[in-house]
Design a protein around this ligand. Structure first.
Ligand code: GLU
Length: 552
């Protein structure tokens, strides 16, 4: 069959040539060493840690080298595409502060190397498909599901490798009549690459993360156009990354097995492949062994999990950096306040075999991150978080931001800031007692060594001695005197030396007050708490505790 004529019959609407297309995608003019990277998610509605790991890697490599980082939407699989999938992708990355120089946007796209939606690139792919058919490097395959099933059975019976290749490639060398007839019957078809590969031959390949490897040549006649006229990932990847000028492809190691196919496609098209960086999977410990995080079993694989749990974006990014580059933590110790973007990111420091995801470590980092933030920064994170997950609490915070800031200010700013919050979700239980609307202790966890009479005595005496204008020392001196009056040691040291001489010590008295005022034993600095609540509410709470205790 005259392949040129066949190509024209299969793609009558295609009038452009590969040269025409290349003119529309001129080589990028970038400084030497500049990397062009992209993320290419499918809008499936599921964004996971792997997506974020990849995106941070891509973003750092591009922006650190003065290159371009772009977003391409891989939506050729209509079955997997969900509504709002693209919006979700954009929201996630903007939430993490990763900005694209080019690509899909909320209302279209930006950049000169588009369209950046694969579903809009059908004609471009077909220009190359037509060219490959015309050159005899690809052919239509009309095999039906039944024929393919039969083929599998035959291979099984013969003990041959499964797949559409060599003598098993039914349509590879089909007669003109067979093709004519299939076309006349309007039978659906795919386009396959005519593989020149040999499964006995090996190729050497250098992956920038995994290192040097030996791969087996691909001998399968790959589908490069599906029956809906769109290409599968393999072909789209090769065309798009070439036209869009990607220099470094960062993608999950699940793509390694099909790498020989991609390299073969580049060779067939006569193009130079990009550098590949196949990233290791995120692993978790289960018992004594490591395993891949799974969508079904591990909710923490989904990025949504971190959002709902209220981890600040800064904390998650910080943690990801420690996983991505083995020397990041050392750098951080030397540069405690620098933005992570100042770190000299290198793919050479990336983990080859699988990064362990450690939730406890993330929590630890998050706690430190939150403790170093200013009260304003924390509030800026709390407001949208609670607006989404607990609007009532959000309105309480919103109603009096100055008040919320005073609360968040407690213990912040010094060399050793308090670490009360691991996530934004911890803020409500931590702050709730400051709000009368939420302060409702049913029971007070008073210290057990203080008798009911003493509790009553302390709560009765306190309103008389509390003066809002006292400084900490004056205030505490009064507590000390009260302690001594009731037979408690005014100094803990004195109590420790001779515990039998006292009922307890001054700490017990302030604990009684703390419990009465906050409903909890582990509230922040009591003096600061009282200053924020104001005298009236302090007294009201003391009285309320007394009434609960005595029924009077
Ligand atoms: N759409 C592919 C994926 O989501 C992209 C892989 C790549 O980056 O090339 O896995």
């Amino acid at each position: 069959m005259d392949m040129r004529l066949l190509a024209e019959r299969l793609f009558p609407h295609i009038t452009q040539t590969p040269e025409d297309i290349f003119k529309q995608y001129p080589k990028r003019q970038l400084p030497k060493g500049a990397m062009v990277t992209r993320i290419a998610p499918s809008p499936t509605g599921f964004m996971h840690l792997g997506n974020l790991f990849g995106a941070v890697t891509d973003e750092r490599l591009a922006h650190q080298s003065g290159g371009i980082f772009y977003l391409r939407i891989e939506d050729t699989d209509q079955k997997r595409t969900v509504e709002r999938g693209v919006e979700q992708i954009l929201e996630v990355f903007s939430h993490f502060g990763l900005s694209f120089d080019e690509g899909a946007t909320v209302d279209g796209e930006k950049g000169a190397y588009g369209p950046y939606y694969q579903s809009q690139r059908k004609e471009i792919y077909q220009v190359f498909l037509r060219d490959l058919v015309a050159k005899g490097k690809a052919y239509p395959c009309f095999a039906s599901e039944e024929e393919l099933a039969e083929l599998r059975q035959r291979q099984e019976a013969e003990g041959a490798n499964p797949g559409y290749y060599g003598k098993y490639a039914i349509w590879r060398d089909a007669s003109d009549e067979a093709i004519e007839q299939a076309l006349a019957e309007n039978r659906p078809y795919v386009i396959r690459l005519r593989s020149e590969g040999d499964s006995e031959r090996k190729i050497k390949h250098i992956d920038l993360i995994k290192g040097e490897m030996e791969l087996t040549e691909n001998d399968i006649d790959l589908v490069i156009m599906k029956s809906d006229g769109l290409p599968p990932y393999h072909f789209a990847h090769v065309i798009d990354d070439t036209l869009m000028g990607t220099t470094h492809v960062v993608r999950g190691e699940e793509w390694l097995p099909t790498l020989p196919q991609h390299l073969q496609l580049f060779e067939t098209l006569g193009w130079k492949p990009p550098y590949y960086l196949h990233t290791a999977h995120v692993l978790k410990m289960e018992g004594n062994s490591k395993r891949k995080l799974s969508k079904r079993k591990d909710p923490e694989l989904a990025l949504e999990f971190y959002h709902k749990a209220g981890f600040p974006v800064e904390a998650l990014l910080e943690y990801i950096m420690t996983i991505l580059n083995s020397n990041y933590e050392d750098w951080r110790r030397q540069n405690p306040t620098a933005p992570y973007q100042d770190f000299p990111f290198s793919y050479k420091k990336m983990n080859r075999s699988g990064a362990l995801f450690d939730m406890e470590k993330l929590k630890d980092i998050s706690k430190n991150t939150l403790s170093r933030m200013t009260a304003e920064e924390v509030l800026d994170g709390l407001l949208p978080y609670y607006a989404e997950f607990d609007p009532d609490f959000a309105s309480l915070l919103e109603k009096d931001k100055a008040y919320a800031l005073k609360i968040l200010q407690i213990g912040r700013g010094g060399a050793k800031p308090r670490k009360d919050l691991t996530t934004f979700a911890d803020a409500k239980p931590y702050m709730a007692f400051f709000y009368d609307e939420l302060f409702a202790p049913e029971q007070y966890p008073f210290p057990e060594n203080v008798s009911s009479e003493d509790l009553e005595a302390i709560l009765s005496a306190y309103p008389g001695i509390y003066d809002e204008n006292d400084d900490t020392t004056a205030w505490f001196d009064k507590i000390r005197s009260l302690a001594e009056e009731l037979g408690y040691a005014g100094e803990t040291k004195a109590y420790k030396k001779n515990p039998d001489a006292f009922k307890g010590h001054v700490g017990d008295i302030s604990m009684v007050l703390r419990v009465a005022i906050t409903g909890k034993t582990n509230a922040p600095d009591l003096f600061a708490v009282m200053q924020i609540l104001g005298k009236d509410r302090v007294i009201a709470r003391i009285n309320r505790a007394k009434t609960t205790l005595t029924g009077k």
